[in-house]
Ligand binder design. Structure first.
Ligand code: PLP
Length: 495
């Protein structure tokens, strides 16, 4: 609702223009003396016009960015049940540890003898990830999940190259429920993509996989638990089908937070998998920090892993391995996102293995609680037991002429970040809800009761109007999302 105020501010929520739209070029945050006249050493490349920097004083700049930050919604503001994204609390202890001067002020070009502590972190997190996944080797360098996928498929290509089968292995199999990064990664690596249908219960159709797999198959990319929030229990048979055709089993490990301490991907027949430290191990993401996507792999793929990695000598000192003739090379500057390794290791050590096992149990319990209370209110996609997230379709909304987007926008008025909507693509009007283990029962009840409240009000024309108008109370109203995505304005031009 547009406020009726003179300033267009609503209480203490302040309107804020773009920084370029305010200020005058006569104002400045700093006072500098006129520079002395000296001959330019820029060889004619000096700019002719002054840059169009906004002229703001220091307090004006501070207010500008503070006001914008207050329009942001993050995990520290409220519940963020965005399925597949694992928006769990980021413990402050992790931040404290990452800010210890010995870590925060280390430089990647320092001699290794002077950064033994940082290298120790890399070594310890490698050992933890090996233990938790039951895999032989870890590469820490990928910068995020999608980058880990790229690394994983590169490893598979190297293995085929070594076997002399690179030309023959043209195809990657991907379920139709997969995250968009999976086919994007496979295409980027030059593979053809063959889509495998999901069965009606949301699990991979194993017969369809069997029929699609042959000597041209390079591998399968499968998320487990899958993007419908269901555990792929035929995983051993899936592995068998792939391996007997000489193909590799790539697991998209974005949902590893549901398996922590319960089962090891190495025991599920997986050959290579990325882990999103920024999902499973509570390091910040979204606008809050860079991602980190370590890749775990079987022994056979380890020789090809990107550089560098850390080695521990018998006397306990750490060194960096920066050369290895069989390695595919480097895929990231320096060592990967070291700040995220420190945060993730701090999380692992503070929970311990029993704590991490409870994390996955509680994540599944919270999602199951939501499934139980909303299954008769929203259309439940599958009666399979859900894991760490629960998937609904738009059946209950559609019968009253409403859609998923309408409920998502009502949730914004109620102060919740919406759930993931319209993903996975195999479910009509999908709503994927991932509460994570860090929400309390009171908070879950508030969320459930909010959805119940609105779903009891879908019948009258007046309330349908209300749904369609949502959000009313956010700084901006409903966008034409397709148009904004297709025609993004990424630059400011002077009017
Ligand atoms: C988040 C996610 C990815 C991509 O990870 P990024 O770190 O965002 O690159 C891939 N697959 C699934 C299932 C995901 O949820």
């Amino acid at each position: 609702m547009k406020p009726d105020t003179f300033t267009k501010n609503a209480g203490l929520l302040l309107e804020e223009p773009l920084i370029f739209e305010k200020g005058s070029l006569n104002a400045s945050g700093v006072d500098m003396p006129e520079p002395p006249k000296v001959d330019s050493s820029l060889g004619g490349f000096a700019r002719k016009d002054a840059p169009e920097l906004p002229g703001l004083s220091e307090p004006e700049s501070v207010r500008h960015f503070t006001r914008l930050s207050q329009k942001n919604f993050g995990i520290d503001t409220g519940m963020f049940p965005l399925g597949s994204c694992t928006m769990k609390h980021n413990p402050r202890l992790n931040e404290k540890i990452a800010r210890l001067p010995g870590f925060s002020q280390a430089h990647p070009l320092q001699p290794v003898s002077s950064v033994q502590g940082s290298l120790g972190v890399l070594w310890h997190i490698t050992e933890w990830l090996k233990d938790l996944t039951g895999m032989a080797a870890v590469d820490l360098t990928p910068a995020a999940g999608a980058h880990g996928e790229l690394c994983g498929l590169f490893l598979i290509k190297e293995a085929f190259k070594a076997r002399g089968e690179l030309k023959q292995r043209t195809t990657i199999l991907i379920p139709d429920s997969a995250h968009g990064t999976n086919p994007a990664t496979a295409a980027q690596c030059g593979f053809q993509i063959k889509s495998i249908p999901s069965a009606d219960n949301g699990l991979l159709d194993v017969d369809a996989l069997r029929a699609a797999t042959d000597h041209t198959t390079a591998g399968l990319m499968l998320t487990n638990p899958n993007t419908c929030g269901l555990f792929e229990r035929d995983t051993l048979e899936i592995a068998n089908i792939l391996h007997s055709n000489g193909a590799y089993y790539y697991c998209d490990g974005a949902n590893f937070n549901a398996l922590l301490g319960q089962v090891k991907p190495g025991d599920l027949g997986v050959d290579v998998m990325h882990i999103n430290l920024h999902k499973t191990f509570s390091t910040p993401h979204g606008g809050g920090g860079p991602g980190s996507g370590p890749v775990v792999m079987i022994e056979e793929l380890a020789p090809f892993a990107p550089l560098p990695f850390v080695k521990k000598a018998k006397d306990g000192t750490f060194s960096l391995v920066e050369e290895n003739p069989s390695s595919l090379g480097r895929i990231k500057g320096f060592h990967g996102q070291v700040g995220m390794f420190i945060r993730a290791l701090s999380y692992m050590l503070s929970y311990g293995i029993d704590g991490l096992t409870q994390v996955s149990s509680d994540a599944v319990l919270n999602a199951t609680y939501i499934q139980h209370h909303l299954k008769d209110i929203l259309g439940l996609f599958s009666t399979e037991p859900c894991m760490h997230e629960v998937l609904f379709d738009d059946g209950a909304l559609r019968k009253d002429g409403l859609e998923t987007l309408d409920l998502a926008k009502i949730l914004e008025d109620e102060g919740f970040h919406p759930m993931t909507t319209y993903f996975p693509l195999v479910v009509r009007g999908a709503m994927l809800i991932e509460p994570t283990e860090t929400e309390s029962k009171e908070q879950l009840d508030q969320f459930i009761n909010t959805i119940k409240y609105w779903m009891e009000r879908t019948k009258t024309e007046e309330m349908k109007e209300r749904f369609k108008k949502a959000p009313l109370y956010t700084p901006r109203r409903r966008f034409n999302e397709a148009a904004t995505a297709r025609n993004p304005k990424l630059r400011w031009y002077k009017k």
